[in-house]
Write a protein that binds this ligand. Structure first.
Ligand SMILES: [Fe+2]
Length: 388
């Protein structure tokens, strides 16, 4: 028995006008200062006011949001008493809003206590959650996971429960059009990695497979266009859709080794998430290799890649992903990220420990040993295809 959880998704041009149809009295808008300065929060307030809903804005969410920021937001929510939480931003903003909503609705449950085994959370009785992504990457508008940092304890919290999912995801491409090229390319590689990993990990399933394949096709076709011309609204729309589609895909399946090692790389060297996982994706495909040859062939077929006779689909696919990354100026090796080799050496134990402890690793179709993880990272440093 398993579950497939998906929010109401409103997508396409003017999707934001869905806000004007909402029922409620008071909205708590969760965002960051950059999104406010781009004018997106004013647009959201304008739509809500058409529905007779007044707004209060909390714009203090930082990248890698802290538990402490969540507590601050909850205190304000308790003061305002909203019946709507509207998150406008990237993954950090949406994750913070998801956590705030849980604690606001369930004061008896601390955000840090959220886990997959609690049932009947009873969310939605006091307020609804609307997520409006402004990047095309994390898929946080569709996921039922939250990543927070406890700054007091210096630790990351991964909180999962299928009941914390968004009620409505508004996927309006106009809000993604402000992303600069570098953010477009790195977040786009995150989308691709979600889709490929959810399609190839051991938790892949019939409900997510089709979504993942479509997301992979959309990234290959539209990401180079969105990076090249940020005002190419067709490409923006397709990438925005792809991010949510892949988000639904991986939250109902899982991500695997590229995410386990990418999270580790991000934590140690502060590499943007999408850049780290995207860089490691082709190496991951090579490492998993023959165990998933049928899956790599299926993806290659969907991408109309030519597989020369006698060649493995996994290698063809890894090469195609490197070609895509190269075309949008994403790095192909850890060396290209500018990490000095002595820093890699001195951080290796930490990199391996983090990766081995990451929940994503257990669903890899081939789980690496400690020695293999080190070798994997050294190959990825040099830009050498995995041959073990
Ligand atoms: Fe990701």
């Amino acid at each position: 028995m398993w579950y497939f959880v998906v929010p109401e998704v409103v997508f396409g041009q003017d999707a934001l006008t869905r806000l004007a149809e909402l029922q409620g009295k008071s909205a708590f808008i969760v965002t960051d200062k950059n999104i406010v300065s781009l004018g997106f929060v004013d647009k959201v307030k304008e739509q809500l006011s058409q529905a007779g809903i007044k707004s209060n804005v909390f714009d203090e969410v930082e990248p890698d949001p802290s538990l402490q920021t969540v507590k601050k937001g909850v205190a304000l929510m308790n003061q305002y008493g909203p019946d709507l939480v509207v998150a406008v931003g990237g993954g950090s903003v949406m994750d913070a809003a998801k956590a705030m909503r849980v604690e606001y609705e369930r004061p008896d449950l601390k955000a840090e206590e959220i886990n997959p085994f609690i049932s009947d959370l009873g969310l939605g009785a006091k307020c609804k959650l609307v997520c409006i992504p402004t990047t095309s990457g994390t898929g946080a508008e569709a996921t039922f996971a939250i990543v927070l940092t406890d700054t007091d304890d210096q630790r990351k919290l991964s909180l999962i429960n299928r009941e914390i999912a968004t009620d409505i995801a508004i996927v309006d491409p106009a809000l993604a059009a402000a992303m600069p090229a570098g953010l477009t390319s790195s977040t786009g590689m995150d989308v691709l990695t979600h889709a490929v990993e959810a399609f190839s990990c051991t938790w892949k399933n019939d409900f997510t497979d089709g979504l993942c394949i479509r997301a992979i096709q959309l990234v290959f076709e539209y990401l180079p266009r969105a990076v090249k011309d940020g005002q190419d609204m067709e490409a923006r729309e397709k990438m925005h859709n792809a991010a949510t589609i892949a988000g639904i895909g991986f939250t109902n399946s899982l991500t695997a080794m590229a995410h386990a090692t990418g999270h580790s790389l991000g934590a140690v060297f502060h590499v943007p998430h999408g850049r780290a996982v995207g860089l490691l994706l082709p190496y991951t495909i090579e490492f998993v290799g023959d165990i998933r040859e049928d899956i790599w062939a299926e993806i290659s077929y969907a991408l109309k890649l030519n597989i020369p006779k006698g060649e493995k689909a996994g290698l063809v696919l890894a090469r195609a992903i490197r070609g895509l990354a190269n075309s949008i100026k994403e790095p192909l090796s850890l060396k290209e990220l500018g990490i000095p080799v002595d820093k890699l050496d001195s951080s290796m134990d930490k990199l391996i420990d983090n990766a081995m402890a990451d929940g994503s690793l257990i669903v890899s179709a081939r789980v690496p040993s400690v020695a293999e993880t080190e070798k994997f990272l050294r190959y990825a440093y040099e830009g050498k295809s995995i041959d073990f």
